[in-house]
Design a binder for this molecule. Structure first.
Ligand code: ZN
Ligand code: ZN
Length: 300
């Protein structure tokens, strides 16, 4: 009996510690796609690059990157297609032509899938102005729902009753997204896990750059929530909303940099999430600025 209990305890501790994994290195059964080796660089030749670079990860997932010439924040926007609707995450910084760019992608997608129309839901990783700049343009478009970037609207739309503990599902039609509240960088911050590609979208809460922490207690809980959620899940990429680090470890570009010829890749992995979580725990409730290889913790 004692041996049995010991074995049981060992088993349960092992399953608790088991990292997300696939039995074989065969792509883990998720839908794959490709990321660019580098993104179009804003400047020094601004006339040569479009306001938004559109990258097709696969036929049903597009990444838009705003150029540094358009806005130094150079945010990333994400467009995912399901059977019933498409989701646009964020609308960019400042005044741009974003609705036209998004519509062009949708028109191409409709042609390819031989469909007449699809509903577009416009939501946000969080409410900072560098991610909501184009909202107005989507307000009165046909087949379009704009989720206002405030906590009440976000909770109501996704059906999150107990914020921020509750993780809910949102279905685009044969494409389930998990919506995970992660306040801390901003009160409205959410992460999204796309089960189809196993990509985790983390907004400004984790990306290769300066992770600005507005609410320390919330941030610590939110990062732990992401670690717990991804336990035993495949995570192919963690995609945040900016690139501020260079490819040289521990080195970032100063705020306001337009031209980043040697910028870090956008994608991170779950290892960086664990590293962030461990660092926050080590700081024991008092977050201080600290640079890591691929990001910097930056209390506001
Ligand atoms: Zn932000
Ligand atoms: Zn931002």
């Amino acid at each position: 009996m004692t041996n049995f209990l010991a074995a049981l305890a060992l088993l349960s501790s092992l399953s608790y510690l088991a990292p997300p994994q696939a039995p074989q290195p065969d792509g883990a059964g998720v839908r794959s796609g490709s990321l660019p080796k580098s993104w179009l660089l804003g400047g020094p030749k601004c006339a040569e690059i479009p306001e938004f670079q559109v990258h097709e990860y696969n036929e049903d997932f597009y990444i838009l990157r705003q150029s540094g010439c358009s806005n130094y924040e150079k945010p990333f926007l994400f467009l995912l297609f399901g059977k019933d609707r498409a989701l646009l995450l964020d609308t960019g910084a400042g005044k741009t032509d974003v609705a036209r760019v998004v519509n062009k992608v949708i028109v191409q997608w409709l042609a390819r899938t031989k469909r007449e129309s699809i509903e577009l839901v416009v939501a946000h990783t969080h409410a900072h102005s560098d991610h909501t700049g184009g909202d107005e343009q989507f307000k009165n478009l046909p087949h379009t729902i704009l989720v206002s970037p405030n906590l009440k609207s976000v909770q109501e739309f996704f059906g999150i009753k107990s914020w921020p503990q509750e993780i809910v599902q949102y279905d685009l039609g044969n494409r389930i997204l998990d919506v995970i509240p992660i306040p801390g960088h901003h009160a409205t911050s959410i992460a999204i896990y796309d089960r189809q590609t196993a990509i985790l979208f983390t907004g400004d809460s984790l990306y290769p750059g300066r992770l600005y922490v507005a609410d320390q207690v919330e941030f610590i809980h939110s990062i732990q929530r992401l670690v717990d959620f991804t336990q035993n899940k495949i995570v192919t990429h963690i995609l945040g909303n900016h690139i501020e680090n260079t490819r040289i470890p521990y080195l970032d570009y100063p705020v306001g940099t337009i031209y980043q010829p040697d910028e870090h890749s956008l994608e991170l992995g779950r290892g960086e999430l664990l590293e962030l979580n461990q660092a926050l725990h080590t700081m024991n409730g008092r977050i201080v600025r600290m640079a890591f290889r691929d990001f910097t913790i930056w209390p506001k």
